[in-house]
Design a binder for this molecule. Structure first.
Ligand code: HEC
Ligand code: HEC
Length: 345
């Protein structure tokens, strides 16, 4: 930048000036430069690049004439035209407390509300058909069945998963709804009825049966409870004392058979579980059984009659029935059949 100081104002002719121009540093030289200023001279062919110039040059830098391709410009102008037309046709320009509606007077928001209303109507029609449909009718219509399964699954997540687990797998004291072991019955009708009235719940027709607290209420003493436990463990080959188990068998006939059946296979009409299988609601270890016999168990399942509408209860019954353990609808009332087909291996 020392040159600048040396040549304050006199333009030097010839090479020196050109060099300075090339460096582009001295404003005083400007007027003397032929190609400079704004827009100066004719377009010419530029050898090194093989392009024409536009004739514009700034500080000796010339502009090459390389316009955008026509197809690109075409699209560019088309988008501008489109946006202008679109702005006129559709809701667009904001006004002070509203907006310009557009010539077509169209609104996506309204379209969506219409679509939602239509969907609701369709759903309501399906739901109506579900309300007191039987399983045969529902499975006969794939669309209705799909709807019931979807509605049942979502209602299950909202209302049942807290007690029965997200997949209906159950927890201690809350039965597994996936398997084919049923306390009150696994047909569509049985399940639906259980949901309607609940178990030991507030409904006047609730499924009800209460096992006594044999130990706490002094109906049986500790030895008797031990003998009975031994008897029940023997069903799964876990009994260790055959004498105790023999005494237990006699105690069972006197105290337990009225609900659980003479063979201890349970009775669905009374909600008394099968005690001979490997499925235990309250646990099948020695101490679990002793605890059950000492204090009884009072599992409560709420009734859904008032909380859920009939179509949701039907959908839930369809869903639970399809979880894996659903049984065919029985021609006679469930529990009346001593063979209990669903509980046999
Ligand atoms: C507050 C906990 C709780 C909630 C919530 C609950 N259940 Fe239950 N459910 C139970 C209990 C406890 C039992 C077992 C009662 C017994 O001892 O017989 C049961 C039993 C059942 C049975 C009978 C099982 C059989 O083997 O006969 C079905 C079916 C059932 N529940 C389905 C449902 C569905 C569907 C929902 C949701 C709408 C639901 N439950 C919500 C606690 C609950
Ligand atoms: C009045 C009917 C009734 C009588 C009598 C009865 N039970 Fe029960 N028992 C039930 C019911 C109902 C259940 C289910 C309780 C629940 O789910 O809350 C049950 C549950 C059980 C269970 C728990 C099963 C499991 O899967 O965890 C055992 C064990 C049992 N009973 C053994 C006995 C024995 C032993 C006797 C006789 C001393 C007996 N019961 C007498 C009705 C009865």
């Amino acid at each position: 930048m020392s040159d600048e100081n040396k040549t304050p104002s006199q333009p030097d002719a010839g090479d020196g000036a050109k060099k300075m121009v090339e460096r582009g540093v001295d404003p005083n030289l400007e007027p003397t430069l032929p190609n400079d200023a704004h827009g100066g001279h004719d377009p010419r062919f530029d050898e090194p690049t093989g392009q024409y110039t536009t004739g514009h040059s700034w500080d000796g830098i010339e502009e090459l004439n390389t316009p955008m391709p026509r197809w690109w410009l075409g699209i560019f102008y088309a988008t501008i035209a489109f946006s202008a037309v679109y702005m006129l046709l559709m809701p667009s320009i904001p006004l002070i407390d509203s907006y310009f509606d557009g010539i077509l007077d169209k609104s996506d928001r309204e379209d969506v509300s219409v679509e939602i209303a239509e969907l609701r109507m369709e759903r309501a029609l399906l739901a109506d058909r579900l309300a007191d449909a039987n399983l045969e009718y529902i499975t006969g219509d794939p669309e209705l069945f799909r709807f019931a399964m979807a509605a049942g699954k979502s209602a299950f997540g909202d209302n049942c998963a807290t007690c029965h687990g997200a997949g209906g797998q159950g927890f201690k004291g809350y039965p597994n709804l996936n398997d084919d072991v049923w306390i009150w019955g696994g047909s569509f009708e049985d399940i639906r009825h259980t949901l309607e009235v609940g178990i030991r719940a507030a409904h006047e027709d609730t499924r009800f049966n209460l096992m006594q607290a044999f130990g706490r209420d002094g109906l049986l003493d500790r030895d008797q409870i031990r003998d009975l436990t031994e008897y029940l463990l023997a069903f799964s080959g876990r009994g260790v004392d055959p004498d105790a188990s023999g005494r237990g068998r006699a105690l069972f006939a006197d105290n337990c058979a009225s609900c659980h059946g003479a063979d201890a296979m349970g009775d669905r009409s009374q909600g008394a579980p099968n005690l001979t299988d490997a499925e235990w609601l309250y646990g099948g270890e020695r101490e679990d059984i002793v605890e059950t016999l000492y204090g009884g168990r009072q599992g409560v399942m709420p009734n859904w009659h008032e909380r859920l509408d009939p179509e949701t209860i039907t959908a839930l019954a369809v869903y639970v029935h399809a979880l894996g353990g659903g049984e065919p609808s029985a021609p006679q009332p469930s529990g009346a059949d001593p063979q209990k087909p669903g509980m046999q291996p």
